[in-house]
Design a binder for this molecule. Structure first.
Ligand SMILES: [Zn+2]
Length: 223
């Protein structure tokens, strides 16, 4: 089930009140329309009827998709992360937003912004392992920086369009690079780090660049 509240925000340009839907829970399987709006970013924007200005919204949400077996918490407050972790640590089975028991093997993730939420949903849609994708993002950033000296990748994202999986990289200079994510690279990463990466299932939840760097560091120390 998806759940929403109606809230009012103030237009940043003209100051008029805008009524917006704030979704606290989205079920991507039952509400593909809402899922599409997360992917397009529309669910996190509000357009002012008076002046047309579009405001960006950021609010916590839990996204789940029972068919893909994922639950993603979008969290802005650091304290909230601790609450989620301790909640799942103490419960023997996982529950969805309605308290209904879900598959124990459900992939649980915590993300810190709407871009990461979008990315995790796309990775799951493509049937990929987000741990391997995070490692691939680092590998592509490294090779891109090596072939483009002076450039420093500030942030990178996985994206997929009509079956083409890509890594989008944005540099501190403002330049952007796009690389095709090859199956061969994914296979190599899986062979090298797959065994080590399985520890990620051990209630880590935040799978990002920090996690990937930490995993590589641990792997290097052992080999
Ligand atoms: Zn306005």
């Amino acid at each position: 089930m998806s759940m929403k509240d109606k809230i009012n925000i103030q237009c940043r340009r003209c100051g008029k009140s805008i009524e917006v839907n704030k979704w606290s829970a989205v079920n991507g399987d039952k509400n593909p329309d809402l899922k599409e709006k997360i992917l397009s970013g529309e669910l996190f924007t509000a357009k002012c009827k008076s002046c047309g200005n579009v405001s960006q919204l950021g609010y916590p949400m839990v996204y789940n998709d029972p068919t893909e077996n994922i639950m993603i918490w979008l969290v802005f407050d650091d304290d909230e992360i601790g609450h989620i972790r301790s909640y799942y640590k103490t419960c023997k089975t996982q529950s969805d937003e309605n308290g209904k028991t879900v598959d124990k093997e459900c992939r649980l993730r915590i993300v810190r912004n709407t871009y990461q939420l979008r990315e995790k949903i796309m990775i799951a849609d493509c049937g990929l392992d987000d741990k391997m994708v995070e490692l691939a993002k680092l590998a592509y950033a490294k090779s891109t920086q090596q072939t483009n000296s002076g450039e420093k990748i500030a942030v990178s994202f996985f994206s997929s369009e009509s079956g083409n999986n890509r890594i989008e990289m944005y540099c501190e200079s403002g330049k952007a690079f796009v690389a095709v994510l090859s199956d061969e690279v994914m296979k190599k990463l899986e062979d090298k780090y797959g065994g080590k990466a399985s520890y990620a299932e051990d209630r880590v939840y935040i799978i990002d660049d920090v996690w990937a760097l930490d995993l590589i560091r641990q792997y290097e120390a052992e080999h």
